[in-house]
Design a protein around this ligand. Sequence first.
Ligand code: SF4
Length: 397
Amino acid sequence: MSTTSTLSVLIHDQDLSEQLRFIAEKVSNQERITFDEGVYLYEHGELGYLGALANYIREQKHGDKTYFNKNFHLEPTNLCVYDCKFCSYSRLIKQKEEGWALTLQEMLDVVKKYDDEPVTEVHIVGGVLPQYDVAFYSALFTAIKHHRPNLHVKALTPVEYHYIFKKAKIDYATGMKLMKDAGLESIPGGGAEIFHPEVRDIIAKDKCTGEQWLQIHEEWHKLGMRSNATMLYGHIEKYAHRIDHMEQLRQLQDRTGGFQTFIPLKFRNQHNQMENVPEVSVIEDLRNYAISRIYLDNFDHIKAYWAMISRQTAQLSLNFGVDDIDGTLDDTTKIYSMAGAEEQHPAMSTKELVNLIKQVKRKPIERDTLYNVVTDFTDVVFEEDVKPQFYKLPVIN
Ligand code: SF4
């Protein structure tokens, strides 16, 4: 059954509540759902229903295309002046012996390790340290662009930017312009967590507020640049907090159009101060992807991090609104494994990722950071995958 027919069945399904039928009709008419309808979906939408709506939107926007990019992570430090309760990655400065803090030269050495690799992006993110200031990061971005001009620099979050601009006594607009001039090309989605202060003040006190996070992205978008957004879900937040988070992103996106991708991040409960908070189920992960896809009608892409949620859930997510899987990580990030993700050594070859996407009948498209197509792998057959064509079982008589 096509996604359009499925939706039409839902619109007329008398077993569904009037509100769920109404929301299905809205989605079919490409109308935006309200805050209350978003919360209602979390409270009453069953997996099959949500998947049907989200998949309809996904296929309207992208058909079967499923994007991925080839990047590597550069993590300057895991030491941090902040103490977010959910963070399994950082060590406070007083626990210095358990951490690392790379020098500028060491960071460039990491970049140079990939000189012969067909990667299109370096993703730079880590803890917040006083010695990494505006001058330091400007020098880093400039040096990377000087060394490899076509490598896209996607770096830092408003958490770092707020900290270094405040220290330098410059406003966000001035600071982001300086970063752009130094070689920064886009901002990843991290540091968003949950914007609402009822939650943020408990799990991520002291670092930039939700409002400041949004302001920094807005200044970046005003420069004509692109960024992503995340949401850390499945801990102490309520459904209304998730919708509030998405509502604020949707409003900013209406103003600027600068966001490319929304990335729901699952809270993992190992090696952090929230070990007593249970993790949500795979079903809730999929419901959350689906509702994100439905609510954020002005975002082009919804992304799943396979290293965080497992390869199988990432495959499933492609039927629940996700159209982008990140990425061929090559074991360069410790953020997920330190939080207790299934993948302790997250590396996947292009062939593995392409096959993972093809197994669920989607079309794998390698993209660059800005979603320009690098290679369409739909009809690419990897040599070692070609099966013997004339193999026959031996016939005895
Ligand atoms: S989440 Fe980021 S800002 Fe918070 S403690 Fe961890 S590294 Fe530091």
